[in-house]
Design a protein around this ligand. Structure first.
Ligand SMILES: NC(=O)C1=CN([C@@H]2O[C@H](COP(=O)(O)OP(=O)(O)OC[C@H]3O[C@@H](n4cnc5c(N)ncnc54)[C@H](O)[C@@H]3O)[C@@H](O)[C@H]2O)C=CC1
Ligand SMILES: CC(=O)[C@H](N)C(=O)O
Length: 343
């Protein structure tokens, strides 16, 4: 099977690899669509993300969906022909975190495209059947692949307890910020503000239904939020840029008693926070790491037409053109590139 392998930073090789056989509890999936995530691009450019270093050739891609072509002997809930979205992180199922239900915090998780685990820029993936979610007729495999970033958005909104009538401020209008926008709207938020430093990103966010966009290179965020909320502040702030000034600004724009959800990964681990302000305003600060139990919700939201994910796709490329697709994905105005396979 054709497989795109990152052999060196900025260098893919297309290899012919043996097609895997499904284990007893696995499904073999012919991959149809794979999204290019910011983390894929980071590994492509730098060969590492923090402590995760690409030491051996690695298959990138963790936003994937395709068609089941074979099932393992114990699999009863999938059959060949099913179209499925693949949840990319498979936990150990035995540790304290897994047993508590926090399987996304499992320290032995096997997460696609995170060294040393291969991802989905390949023709076939064998994957645990219970981490493959059947897509109804009305949901495309491209949408199935984008259940992954949508899941990040759903989990962030759950962490922030976003509810009916809330004002939600999302900092960063990249794919994650835009997926938080979708999830927040679906959770009942009525006023959604997005910030960014790139005009085109903000124009796009506005087209996708943001009630207010703020270019933080031109406009003071505190003033804009204060004006919009009559001086109260946002009920929930979801930080989805990873930019230090943006992370710092979250506690200035959240309302007293509100919630800050940190999703964006800062390049520096330490960002100073005014703890007295946090205490005085009784602000809840939550980290949000990937997601758990979101795929069923993501598929249902898509099937019901409650969210749009396909609209963030800028371009689709073939596996053979993956180098070019990654280079395009590095352009600041590009939101989402996809690799489509028709094996
Ligand atoms: N916690 C988690 O589970 C996950 C975290 N992430 C992280 O979330 C962040 C967002 O992911 P993507 O949307 O894929 O990244 P992205 O880089 O495509 O988008 C970030 C956006 O923030 C904007 N930005 C930069 N500086 C800003 C500032 N000062 N104020 C407002 N916006 C600013 C950029 O122009 C860009 O549009 C990244 O840090 C990523 O690593 C992504 C997936 C999962
Ligand atoms: C940080 C990422 O972008 C990635 N989705 C991951 O969860 O590792």
């Amino acid at each position: 099977m054709r497989t795109a392998v990152l052999v060196e930073p900025t260098e893919f090789e297309l290899e012919d690899r043996p097609r895997p056989s499904p284990g007893p509890d696995e499904v073999l999936v012919a991959v149809r669509d794979v999204g290019i995530c910011g983390s894929d691009v980071h590994y492509y450019e730098h060969g590492r993300i923090g402590d995760y270093v690409v030491e051996d050739p690695l298959v990138l891609g963790h936003e994937s969906a395709g068609e089941v072509v074979e099932v393992g002997e114990n699999v009863t809930d999938h059959e060949p022909g099913d179209r499925v979205a693949l949840e990319p992180g498979v936990p150990c199922r035995r540790c304290a975190h897994c047993k508590r239900g926090d399987y996304h915090l499992c320290e032995s998780v096997r997460f696609m495209a995170t060294p040393p685990h291969d991802g989905a820029f390949t023709e076939y993936v064998s994957w645990p059947a219970d981490f493959a979610y059947t897509l109804p007729e009305s949901v495309s495999t491209a949408e199935g692949a984008l259940c992954e970033p949508l899941s990040v958005g759903i989990h962030a909104c759950r962490r922030g307890s976003v509810g009916t009538g809330d004002t939600v401020l999302i900092t960063g209008a990249g794919p994650i910020g835009l997926m938080v926008l979708e999830a927040a709207r679906a959770a009942g938020a009525t006023d959604i503000i997005l910030t960014d430093v790139v005009k085109e990103k903000l124009e796009f966010a506005e087209k996708r239904g943001a009630d207010l966009t703020v270019d933080v290179t031109e406009t003071d965020l505190d003033t804009a939020v204060a004006e919009y909320t009559d001086g109260v502040g946002a009920d929930v702030v979801v930080e989805a840029s990873g930019a230090e000034p943006s992370i710092k600004s979250t506690i200035d724009v959240v309302r007293r008693g509100g919630t800050v959800v940190l999703v964006g990964l800062a390049s520096e681990a330490e960002v100073p926070f005014d703890v007295l302000e946090l205490i005085d305003n009784e602000v809840d600060v939550h980290g949000s790491f990937r997601y758990k139990n979101t795929y069923d919700a993501a598929v249902d939201l898509l099937a019901d037409g409650e969210v749009d994910v396909e609209g963030i796709i800028d371009f689709e490329s073939e596996l053979e053109d993956i180098d070019d697709a990654f280079r395009r994905s590095m352009e600041p105005t590009v939101v989402k590139g996809m690799i489509s396979l028709d094996s």
